[in-house]
Design a protein around this ligand. Structure first.
Ligand SMILES: Nc1ncnc2c1ncn2[C@@H]1O[C@H](COP(=O)(O)OP(=O)(O)OP(=O)(O)O)[C@@H](O)[C@H]1O
Ligand SMILES: [Mg+2]
Length: 371
């Protein structure tokens, strides 16, 4: 409790319509340094929530107007409240309602009548966890913007070095012998390489800061469009696409296109040695998510190193064989994280790789699929 008391007074929103429960809980929390706001019905709760987001919500299941499950769904459906911890207050220990609460995104439950020390311990824990994850996010954002600033500030002097090298090559090549010219050309290559890395770093951090927009995206149409664009740049290669059904999703069109571009450019790049490259995409529904897979018959990789691949600048293949900077998959992971999905890659040496990602199905999609 020490940690919490030294921070700003933590705020509880108690949504319950039973006077005895309210009285006991309010006395407990106020004694222990919390601020408690009370709502006895859903409409008041939503108003209080709009006024100020609390640190935690205690939510009764049985209430007039709208029950706790519906209210939980409404709250979690709003982006700015989606990560607020919710503890269900349930009068029965029945498994069904507890399961339903967790499915709707609640963090915990407490059975009524309250055991006061248990209630306090649970609330303390979840409030602490919330503050810890907020500090982590803040630190992460600071690191991101530091990374962006460093990359941005390095770019200008690097561009000048590139220009100076160009002048040197143009105006003084007569004064250099063969070794000198070779050295100069190496320095130019290295300077371009560093510029490439800086550009990727900038792209990577800019992408994380960009505010998300949301639109309906037909993944199948977009997939085909990206595939055709990338294939055109390939020259005379035989690349076969087997495109299964891909869902319609909601997300940021620019970022989702960037995701597909990175995944497909890998599939195209790492099948470079095949006479006929085969890329196969398909998807299926899995609970409240889609699982999408993009498989290729390329060079593959050793799964022992798989955990590295989504980190910036990590590569398993040589620059000579397959050029790249090792940022593509890190970008994919970030895009998916921002949309509530996750990604992983499965490979077999010399036997292809499959990129998998999950993507949340919107409530609208789920309702449409329910008979
Ligand atoms: N389809 C694939 N088949 C085999 N290896 C892959 C595949 N996709 C990714 N990899 C491995 O994962 C590494 C990281 O991929 P990532 O897309 O991040 O970087 P990259 O392709 O090397 O460079 P770029 O930043 O230009 O995308 C690659 O270097 C490669 O070793
Ligand atoms: Mg790549």
């Amino acid at each position: 409790m020490e940690n919490i008391k030294t921070m700003d007074v933590p705020d509880i929103l108690l949504i319950d319509d039973t006077p005895e429960d309210i009285e006991a809980a309010v006395a407990l929390f106020r004694e222990n340094g919390y601020r408690v706001r009370i709502a006895t019905k859903a409409s008041t709760a939503l108003k209080l929530l709009e006024q100020q987001a609390p640190d935690i919500i205690l939510l009764d299941i049985y209430m007039p107007e709208m029950d706790g499950f519906q209210l939980c769904q409404t709250i979690k459906g709003q982006l700015q409240f989606a990560s607020l911890p919710i503890i269900f207050l349930t009068s029965s220990n029945d498994e069904e309602s507890i399961k339903r609460g967790f499915e709707l995104g609640a963090q915990d439950y407490v059975v009524k009548p309250f055991n006061l020390s248990e209630l306090l311990a649970r609330v303390d824990t979840h409030v602490k966890l919330k503050h810890q994850s907020e500090s982590l996010i803040e630190a992460y954002e600071e690191l991101d913007s530091f990374c962006y600033t460093v990359a941005h500030d390095l770019k200008a002097p690097l561009l000048s070095i590139g220009k100076l090298l160009e002048y040197l090559a143009l105006d003084y090549s007569d004064h250099l012998d063969e070794d000198g010219l070779e050295l100069l050309s190496h320095i130019q290559d290295k300077s371009n390489e560093v510029l490439g890395i800086i550009d990727h770093l900038l792209e990577f951090s800019r992408m994380c800061e960009m505010p998300l927009t949301s639109a309906a995206i037909n993944l199948e149409t977009l997939f085909l469009q990206v595939f055709n664009e990338l294939k055109e740049q390939q020259g005379p290669r035989q690349i076969e696409l087997i495109l299964g059904r891909l869902p319609e999703i909601h997300g940021d069109p620019f970022l989702i296109k960037l995701l597909l571009t990175n995944v497909l450019s890998n599939a195209i790049k790492y099948t470079g040695g095949r006479d006929i490259a085969v890329i196969e995409a398909s998807s299926r529904e899995q609970g409240n998510e889609y699982l999408v897979s993009i498989k290729d018959n390329g060079i593959g990789f050793d799964m022992r190193y798989a955990s590295r691949l989504f980190k910036v600048f990590q590569r398993l293949h040589s620059q000579e064989e397959f050029p790249g900077s090792g940022v593509g998959l890190a970008i994919c992971q970030r895009i998916l994280k921002r949309h509530g999905g996750r990604a992983w890659l499965i490979g077999v040496p010399d036997n292809g790789a499959t990129f998998y990602f999950t993507y949340p199905r919107s409530q609208r999609d789920q309702d449409a699929a329910t008979p």
